[in-house]
Design a protein around this ligand. Structure first.
Ligand SMILES: Nc1ncnc2c1ncn2[C@@H]1O[C@H](COP(=O)(O)OP(=O)(O)OP(=O)(O)O)[C@@H](O)[C@H]1O
Ligand SMILES: [Mg+2]
Length: 254
């Protein structure tokens, strides 16, 4: 069974899609087989960040027009299998609980053939988010060192069922330094402990780095364009720690 890692945030635009694509790439570079699912069903766009052009999307599976295997594409740029969430003709909105259950079951089955699966979950808590968090061993909660991002991240943890809060891993992005990340983890972690009885962990952070935007514009992973850049180094370290992490074996089944 794959290690399942979902990437979530309270506020939008904090780097979830960038982290999903680049952690997946860093994991694939470690000779692991990796599946990526664009679970941000309303605003799916991971395909654009990695320069992937696919004919099939999760929507085709939902509508019964394609088998699940047919919506899995290979993304050359990151060396991973990718299930795109972007329908050619618009947005997927309001998936029904039954549709989500079908996606969740098919994903769990498909993930068994991989070493790791990364899910880009989008911002905020919607019904589909809880379903996919339930499938995950680790939930990277991406937080920017800004009050709005921290407040919204708190709201997300609060909205999670209590049993799932233990999977949350605080993941600062766009911090200036390791010490800024440490302060954020300590303070935000303290608030979660005190008010939500959560015991959040952290496995790393990613510094703010102008190369991120350049890599996204090239539709390439940062480790391919700027392997020595601060963000590429941080992502490598975070991906290694995720792979090695043994503390939270998933207990819930599908
Ligand atoms: N570590 C970083 N350093 C500098 N810029 C970054 C970093 N991480 C992300 N960004 C910038 O933030 C922008 C938003 O990133 P991304 O699209 O991954 O966010 P998101 O959380 O997926 O957004 P949405 O909620 O809209 O899906 C990117 O275009 C990128 O330029
Ligand atoms: Mg995104």
């Amino acid at each position: 069974m794959a290690k399942v890692v979902s990437i979530l945030s309270g506020k939008g635009g904090v780097g979830k899609t960038f982290l999903t694509a680049n952690l997946a790439h860093a994991t694939a570079l470690q000779r692991r087989s990796v599946l990526v699912f664009d679970g941000d069903l309303g605003l799916a766009n991971i395909d654009i960040q990695i320069g992937l052009v696919t004919k099939r999307h999760i929507n085709d599976f939902i509508l019964g027009d394609a088998a699940f295997d047919d919506v899995v594409a290979h993304a050359q740029s990151i060396g991973c299998s990718v299930i795109s969430g972007r329908p050619a003709h618009g947005l997927i909105v309001n998936t029904t609980p039954l549709e989500r259950r079908r996606i969740k079951e098919a994903l769990a089955r498909k993930a068994m053939g991989y070493d790791a699966m990364f899910i880009d979950l989008g911002a905020g808590i919607e019904a589909n988010v809880i379903d996919f968090v339930d499938l995950s061993d680790l939930v990277l909660l991406v937080v920017k060192p800004e009050p709005t991002s921290i407040m919204d991240a708190y709201a997300v943890v609060k909205a999670l069922p209590f049993a799932l809060r233990a999977r949350v891993v605080i993941t600062p992005n766009m911090v200036q330094s390791a010490s800024e990340a440490e302060i954020l983890i300590r303070q935000f972690g303290g608030v979660l402990r005190r008010f939500l009885q959560a015991e959040p962990r952290s496995l790393g952070f990613v510094r703010t780095d102008a190369n991120v935007s350049l890599a996204i514009r090239r539709q390439q992973p940062i480790a391919a364009c700027f392997p020595a850049s601060p963000a590429a180094q941080d992502i490598r370290m975070l991906a290694d720690r995720i792979l090695m992490d043994q503390l939270q074996p998933r207990v819930a089944g599908v």
